[in-house]
Design a protein around this ligand. Structure first.
Ligand SMILES: *[C@@H]1O[C@H](CO)[C@@H](O)[C@H](O)[C@H]1NC(C)=O
Ligand SMILES: *[C@@H]1O[C@H](CO)[C@@H](O)[C@H](O)[C@H]1NC(C)=O
Ligand SMILES: *[C@@H]1O[C@H](CO)[C@@H](O)[C@H](O)[C@H]1NC(C)=O
Ligand SMILES: *[C@@H]1O[C@H](CO)[C@@H](O)[C@H](O)[C@H]1NC(C)=O
Length: 354
């Protein structure tokens, strides 16, 4: 893509040129010289800088901040990480405009480390938006791939599958969730590494559990060198989950009174935060984790659903004893007891699946 000098570079050249040229002899007014000196030394304001950019981003930092605040309730470290990436992308873009360098898309390959439900797909999409808005990825779309999309029955098929997924992700992001599962196919990992060497037209994100990602990276020492960014997606705190649950309940037309909200927080804090669930670690060993770690944002949906069912049973008992107005009000109220009973049932039912 041919690029002309950026407005900023051009302005500087014109100014300097005007300053030192001896002919034609200009009458330089003292006040003018002062103005020119002033403009050379003048620190650019945000707005001026924005105007100087020949490429203006589709999103501002303030817009992104606001969006992230809504998308990621609480979660300060994650939001800060994304804002930092925005600033870095802007800097890449600015430098590209000044010296016309090609963009090293390889710098954007990223590892996500986090448990299920911590918003990995959302973060991948946001990264796509950020890179797109600075023209660092033409389309910024996200192609999600699992092991089965990449690994074939033969090396040849694996190579073809990898190629196909990378083609789909061209100008955007290839997002491989549960990337640890690739560790059983050295073909796939080799193929990915080979392609990463050869192409610069897509961004790769590998995502997975902390312990498993560590193991994958230890298995192939070519991998860690390819990734310049690691984004850690922490588990939600009970407070953050309570806020999310409250919002989801409101979106569904429910009202939680103070006691219900308090109970929800208490259940998360006392009954969901301790490592009580068993899962298989990367070496087949037993790993214990909390209910929050296993579900994160998904937990809201499960617990709200459980409480809704309890509320239905509670209301059934009251059928015939409430006026129409009372009925209409109460049918949208989730109470403390709904959460207590709902949680107990959910816990014993869902344990059958583990
Ligand atoms: C910028 O680079 C491209 C290709 O790398 C080249 O075609 C173009 O002429 C360059 N533009 C300037 C202003 O140097
Ligand atoms: C950019 O602008 C388009 C159209 O105005 C809009 O649909 C899109 O959401 C904006 N943001 C990004 C990151 O592309
Ligand atoms: C990729 O390139 C690097 C050097 O640029 C080389 O050391 C490495 O072996 C290459 N990997 C593959 C899989 O070709
Ligand atoms: C929740 O935790 C409290 C306090 O540790 C305990 O008394 C209660 O039995 C737990 N409830 C369930 C359903 O596990």
């Amino acid at each position: 893509m041919p690029r002309s000098l950026s407005g900023r570079a051009m302005a500087a050249l014109l100014l300097v040129g005007g300053f030192f040229s001896s002919s034609p002899p200009l009458h330089i007014d003292k006040t003018e010289t002062k103005d020119q000196l002033y403009s050379l030394n003048h620190k650019m304001t945000k707005e001026e800088l924005q105007q100087e950019r020949s490429y203006s981003s589709n999103m501002t930092k303030e817009e992104l901040e606001q969006e992230l605040e809504e998308m990621f309730v609480g979660r300060e470290p994650l939001r800060k990480t994304l804002i930092d990436i925005f600033i870095w992308a802007q800097d890449l873009r600015d430098r590209q405009e000044i010296d016309n360098s090609t963009i090293r898309r390889t710098l954007m390959h990223t590892v996500f480390i986090g448990n299920p439900g911590t918003g990995k797909t959302m973060v991948a999409k946001k990264l796509g938006d950020i890179f797109k808005s600075f023209g660092l990825a033409k389309s910024g779309h996200v192609v999600e791939a699992l092991r089965g999309d990449l690994v074939g029955e033969s090396s040849k098929q694996t190579a073809q599958n990898v190629e196909r997924q990378m083609q789909k992700a061209k100008d955007g992001i290839l997002f491989v969730d549960e990337a640890y599962r690739l560790s059983s196919s050295s073909d796939a990992v080799e193929e990915i590494l080979l392609r990463l060497n050869a192409t610069n037209d897509f961004i790769l994100i590998l995502a997975g559990y902390p312990d498993e990602m560590q193991k994958l990276f230890l298995m192939n020492n070519g991998l860690p060198r390819r990734f310049y960014q690691i984004i850690k997606l922490d588990d939600y705190t009970p407070h953050e989950l309570t806020k999310i649950c409250n919002r989801q309940a409101h979106e569904r037309g429910y009202v939680l009174d103070q006691a219900a909200e308090q109970k929800f927080l208490e259940l998360l804090d006392k009954n969901c935060s301790n490592p009580s669930l068993e899962r298989q670690g990367p070496d087949g060993e037993k790993v214990y984790e909390s209910i929050i770690s296993q579900y994160n944002a998904g937990l809201c949906d499960h617990l709200l659903f459980a409480a809704e069912k309890e509320k239905a049973l509670r209301m059934e008992q009251k059928r015939g004893s409430l006026s129409r107005i009372e009925w209409k009000r109460e049918i949208n109220e989730l109470k403390e007891e709904d959460f207590t009973k709902g949680f107990e049932k959910w816990l014993s039912e869902s344990s059958q699946l583990r």
